[in-house]
Design a binder for this molecule. Structure first.
Ligand SMILES: Cc1cc2nc3c(=O)[nH]c(=O)nc-3n(C[C@H](O)[C@H](O)[C@H](O)COP(=O)(O)OP(=O)(O)OC[C@H]3O[C@@H](n4cnc5c(N)ncnc54)[C@H](O)[C@@H]3O)c2cc1C
Length: 523
């Protein structure tokens, strides 16, 4: 079936929903997501949103400097300036959509400080800021008469001139996006969504790794779709591992112990109770994530331990419960009273700094295709993301995409020549175990060889193994009807390949990319 919408938005996190709300006055919007609306990285964000707020002590220059330092000086300065300077306006927009950021007794925003930030500038809602944002945006989106929310639909492929029979390469200058093929997993039917403008807002890639804080929808679909459509993808080697996910074997996703807990005074200790961050960085437990994650990885590997501890037992118990009610409850449910016991933590794949390359207007290298949020690479994060800079980046770039496409959309028409999805000659997929086992193998390869510490040898080994999975999966995909599972597997392999290849190309240790063959760290 062919469906036509002025705007096709793929993804229901902060990027997709805030964009939808900003363009909906101009035309019909389809907002699709592959699971329920809530299942997005946005929902899981705990710490908060960075924005310069207290002008008595903070200013844009400080936030810019902190972001450049965290990014290991390879962030795009224009992108950094844009996000930092436009952040307060997007905070305002979020508040207008109903987001309730905590205030203190004086009625001022209760600002947190997190690792790498020189000032208190993190707006938050208790320790579940993401859920507050997601819920508020869902309410606003559902109330908008021009936005059609379509849950449990899986975008498979974006539509370009390739689907009209033309050869499209990465050098083709005017590749255009006309919408996407979208699978309804409940019927197995693939619909053609024609659009004038498409926004890719499919979030991150954590599920490509064995241990991740991301919900398992984070298989990097948007990045893989754009790469296959010959769009530009950048900085994939910079995968951020959150240093302190709750260590509880078997949990997937892993429960996150927010960075704010280190800002609050949490101290890292090895399993014998000793502090260790003094060996790695003068900022101790408040050092940026990559340094802390590598330090923990190193301590765990040297000592043969499965985890380290985060200790807040020296803090006022009532204050701890007040600031971190969810973490307190979650740990208590596992028999850990964080006011008395150390919290077992270990690093976990958390955030992708790279993705679909976009310019300052959120335009990808493919015309009429924008990208925002975690699937995009704006250049803000450079080699490493500063804590709480991602939700605000998504909001700022969704706004940029909205402004840019609103000025142009009247020039665009639907491309009615796109053929229906062709599944001739395919049959129902073979046993599901072929797919699920391959997914586990991708996870193992990525976690074992392409994790926090890399080497040429590990990357080569990963490459060879992933290549076998690639050949098997492409062959299976060609002879099977499309299913969500095979499409996800294909995307995971694509994303794994991109992380690996771009990691091999970077002959230095920088930001989040650390390799023992080029160990010099440029800081
Ligand atoms: C545990 C955790 C804590 C975090 N804490 C913070 C924090 O405190 N501050 C901060 O700034 N950032 C934080 N982050 C990062 C931040 O939450 C994310 O970067 C951000 O929410 C990404 O938003 P997004 O809109 O790009 O994507 P998401 O919110 O991940 O949404 C992706 C959407 O795309 C849809 N989708 C994906 N593939 C397809 C497909 N093929 N077809 C259809 N739909 C598809 C999904 O269904 C989903 O709706 C945290 C992340 C995690 C996991």
């Amino acid at each position: 079936m062919v469906k036509k919408f002025d705007f096709l938005v793929i993804g229901s996190g902060i990027a997709g929903m805030s964009f939808a709300l900003k363009v909906a006055h101009k035309g019909k919007v389809a907002l699709i997501c592959k699971s329920e609306l809530e299942e997005a990285n946005t929902y899981f964000a705990q710490g908060g949103v960075a924005s310069v707020t207290n002008l008595m002590v903070d200013n844009f220059d400080k936030h810019i400097e902190d972001t450049m330092i965290a990014g290991d000086w390879i962030s795009d300065r224009e992108a950094v300036e844009k996000v930092v300077r436009e952040a307060p306006a997007q905070i305002e927009a979020l508040i207008n959509w109903g987001v309730d950021f905590d205030k203190n007794e004086q009625g001022e925003f209760d600002l947190h400080r997190e690792g790498g930030h020189s000032e208190f500038r993190i707006l938050h809602h208790k320790d579940n800021t993401g859920a507050e944002i997601q819920d508020s945006l869902i309410k606003a989106v559902k109330q908008h008469p021009n936005i059609t929310v379509i849950e449990n639909q899986f975008a498979i492929e974006i539509l370009t001139q390739h689907h009209l029979g033309f050869t499209v390469t990465r050098q083709t200058p005017d590749t255009e996006c006309y919408g996407a093929y979208v699978l309804d997993p409940s019927t197995g039917k693939v619909d053609t969504y024609l659009s004038k403008v498409t926004l890719m807002a499919t979030g991150g890639v954590g599920a490509v790794y064995q241990t991740t804080t991301n919900p398992l929808v984070a298989t990097g679909d948007g990045i893989a779709m754009v790469y296959r459509a010959k769009g530009t993808v950048k900085d994939m080697e910079f995968v951020q591992f959150h240093p302190t996910a709750l260590y509880h074997p078997g949990d997937r996703p892993s429960f996150l112990i927010t960075e704010a807990m280190r800002g609050y005074g949490g101290v890292l200790r090895t399993m014998d109770g000793n502090e260790f961050m003094q060996k790695y960085d003068a900022r101790l437990s408040l050092a940026p994530r990559d340094i802390v994650a590598r330090a923990i990885d190193n301590e765990m590997k040297n000592r043969g331990d499965d985890h380290v501890y985060l200790d807040v037992t020296h803090k006022d118990p009532e204050l701890t419960k007040k600031h971190f009610p969810n973490i307190y409850e979650k740990c208590l449910s596992l028999g850990i009273d964080i006011t008395k016991d150390y919290i077992p933590v270990a690093p976990s794949a958390h955030y992708l700094c790279g993705g679909i390359k976009v310019d300052l207007d959120a335009q990808s290298s493919i015309k009429r295709l924008y990208a925002a949020g975690e699937c995009s690479c704006t250049g803000l994060h450079g080699g490493n993301r500063l804590a709480s800079n991602s939700l605000i980046e998504a909001a700022v770039y969704a706004d940029a995409a909205a402004k840019h496409c609103l000025a142009l959309i009247d020039n665009y028409a639907y491309n009615e020549n796109i053929p229906d999805w062709n599944d001739e000659g395919t049959s129902s997929p073979e046993e599901m175990v072929l797919i699920t086992q391959s997914m586990k193998e991708v996870n193992q390869i990525m976690s074992t060889y392409v994790g926090i510490v890399r080497s040429d040898l590990r990357l080569k080994r990963a490459w060879d193994r992933l290549d076998i999975l690639y050949e098997e999966t492409e062959s299976l995909f060609k002879r099977s009807v499309a299913t969500k599972e095979i499409c996800e597997l294909r995307n995971m392999i694509n994303v794994g390949y991109l992380i690996m290849r771009q990691a091999m190309e970077r002959k230095e240790s920088r930001g989040l990319h650390y390799t023992i063959d080029y160990p010099h760290i440029s800081k």
